[in-house]
Design a binder for this molecule. Sequence first.
Ligand code: NAD
Length: 421
Amino acid sequence: MTSDHRNPFRIAQQQFDTAAELLNLADGLRAVLRVPQRELTVNFPVKMDNGDVRMFTGYRVQHNLGRGPVKGGIRYHPSVDIDEVRALAMWMTWKCALVNIPYGGAKGGVVVDPRQLSSGELERLTRRFASDISILLGPEKDIPAPDVNTNAQVMAWIMDTISMHRGYTVPAVITGKPINIGGSLGRVEATGRGVSLMVREVARRLGRPLEQLRVVVQGFGNVGSTAALLLSQMGCRVIGVSDATGGYYRGSGLDVSSMRAFADLHPFRLLEGYSTPGLEQVDGPELLELDCDVLIPAALENQITERNAGQVRARLIVEGANGPTTPEADAILNERGVVVVPDILANAGGVVVSYFEWVQGLQEFFWHEQDVNEKLERIIVGAFDEVWAMAQSRGVPLRTAAYLLAVKRVADANQTRGVYP
Ligand code: NAD
């Protein structure tokens, strides 16, 4: 488990406490919102290809059910633990409230390095985990989605497993599915698209043309690679990207689409082995300190800490990842005048289009990609406008402004419903 000041759940609670204090929330309500409502831990066996049986541990945490069914991704990673899943579930609650979609927050995770599994082992692990947490899942209860190291195929296995249990097809039990079984057009790109829209909106406010922006992206998975690609298409110069195998820098700009095409050939979209003239290798920590205008952390938590926040040279950070900046780092960045678009706003595009996918699945009526993208833009830019206005009027950083809006919505919903019985 991570040390206390890097423990994601402690950090999530600290961020909540700051907002609760500013909102003057009643003590009882604070106590309710500070902890998850439900937590399920499952230890389950998987038959490996060599005939051995191996035990795995997974979690599903539902933070708050006040505003509707709960929603949140499933992560496969060796460092998953209950506190990480709790934090991610709590952040989902605020994120859904901030973009005003009718969900509470949840998250799931399995302690596993999927790169060590064969495709058959990955499928059996996924189906058994889905089966073990199925008591919580359902279109009207809890709807998972992809997160780190899970993708549309994993979502398809979960959907199929739940459907086999029920005896009929239940597309709306999961989002981020392949299009041919009820996925939404635009879902795969939605989180990265939201990130790119945040860069555009802040640049507009600061009077900076996109063509002048040099961008560095940490993480080249679903979120990072899409954000990098869309920003390069919008005219920005993407000069650095990294993944779990290392970092790549080219001052004159990287050819992001050729990097994506290269990485797409690898099952975990890795860039290892990519080369092009003028390309320099940088290590992961060095990448965050490159001379650039915009930094997009799109990998894991706790990347920008009190140790490196003083060395970050970007003037704008847009958090594609959840929880990439610790509160200590936030204070340093704020002091230095660095604008940080917080995770619960910056990466909310994914859950917004997941919501559209769920709505389409329930109605069995599917939309054109242009409709999806236009509706996403309206919601995400609308949320940005609200957060920006709140930050200006209260004289607070964007993170605090986002929390003030989101926590108030959740608190109001819980108060309106009252305490049962
Ligand atoms: P992913 O598995 O598709 O990609 C993760 C990327 O991070 C990979 O390129 C991996 O190689 C890289 N990575 C891992 N460790 C690294 C390290 N130490 N340094 C640099 N790169 C590293 O996952 P994703 O879905 O893109 O998620 C990334 C982040 O975005 C997570 O924090 C996730 O919670 C968040 N997020 C994802 C979505 C979504 O729709 N997928 C939505 C909201 C937020």
